[in-house]
Design a binder for this molecule. Structure first.
Ligand SMILES: Cc1ncc(C[n+]2csc(CCOP(=O)(O)OP(=O)(O)O)c2C)c(N)n1
Ligand SMILES: [Mg+2]
Length: 285
């Protein structure tokens, strides 16, 4: 299994990224519980905005995350008080932290990140200590920080313009005539981060290889999962499925779909299926 120092998912549809993250955190918990906490122990971080938390899909996914107690899921909510159309006062005035608390999440509030990141770092460390609940950290920010339009929806998508960019660069001590430039100290900082991550990745891979020596069966299974080899063709899967006769077999639909899920199970054990209305109403478990 090639160890990765990180997997990033960026999405356009609001609510989708945070919902993906819930799936990724479920995946981590499942692998950890099935194989080893030594080998599988990553965190899933989310940076999301007001729009993501307005979307219905995020409510459903985050409710499940709270129910499952996904302690390694940490969400940073960019509370900038602005969406594409203007102030959040126009359409989003609920108490987000209270809602997430009701979902069973651990919640925190960081009032400022402009003057330093210590409070945010502390909040992330605290979130990591809470192992039984997912964490939401509401972080107060300003959209378009440094622009003349700071705090306004204009900075959401419209170009700031030459003059505004130049004055913002001056404010941050950058040369306004230099374009697409990355300052040396920034490059240096990220080089250090990349080196540390690479070291971490190599160390974790070493732990996995060591563990694999005494867990041959599990090692083979993990390698199979990560090579995306389901070892079965779609044709064979279809052949293994039970057949039903329309009009003869009662409860068509619900009943058959669970039977089909079960017929796939021995070969697709690495898939997590989530279904509704299939247990009691279809008299199956
Ligand atoms: C499902 C979905 N609906 C609508 C949009 C269009 N849209 C793009 S950004 C945005 C507002 C997002 O506001 P927020 O998340 O607060 O971002 P900010 O303006 O603070 O950067 C909307 C409605 C979208 N991308 N996805
Ligand atoms: Mg916003």
């Amino acid at each position: 299994m090639p160890y990765s120092s990180g997997i990033e998912v960026s999405t356009g549809p609001l609510g989708q990224g945070i919902s993906n993250a819930v799936g990724m955190a479920i995946g981590e918990k499942h692998l950890e519980a099935t194989y080893s906490t030594e080998v599988f122990n990553n965190y899933t971080y989310v940076i999301c905005g007001d729009g993501c938390l307005q979307e219905g899909i995020s409510s459903e996914a985050c409710s499940l995350a709270g129910h499952l107690g996904l302690g390694k899921l940490i969400v940073l909510y960019d509370d900038n008080g602005i969406t594409i159309d203007g102030s959040t006062e126009l359409s989003f005035t609920e108490d987000v932290l209270k809602r997430y608390e009701a979902y069973g999440w651990h919640t925190q509030y960081v009032a400022d990140v402009a003057m330093g990141l210590d409070d945010l770092r502390k909040a992330i460390e605290e979130a990591k200590m809470v192992t039984e609940k997912p964490s939401l950290i509401k972080v107060k920010t300003a959209i378009g920080y440094g622009s003349k339009f700071e705090g306004e929806e204009k900075t959401h998508g419209a170009p700031l313009g030459e003059e505004d960019i130049a004055q913002a660069k001056k404010k941050f001590g950058l040369d306004p005539d230099e374009k697409f430039a990355v300052a040396d100290d920034v490059k240096e900082f990220w080089k250090k981060v990349a080196d540390a991550r690479e070291l971490d990745r190599t160390e974790k891979h070493g732990v996995y290889l060591e563990w694999s020596k005494t867990h041959e069966k599990e090692h083979a299974e993990i390698e199979r999962r990560f090579s995306k080899d389901v070892s079965v063709s779609v044709e064979d899967l279809i052949k293994a499925m039970p057949t039903f006769t329309i009009g003869k077999d009662k409860d068509m639909g619900k009943f058959e779909s669970i039977e089909i899920c079960y017929s796939c199970n021995p070969t697709t054990y690495h898939c997590i299926l989530h279904s509704q209305q299939l247990v009691n109403t279809a008299k199956r478990f």
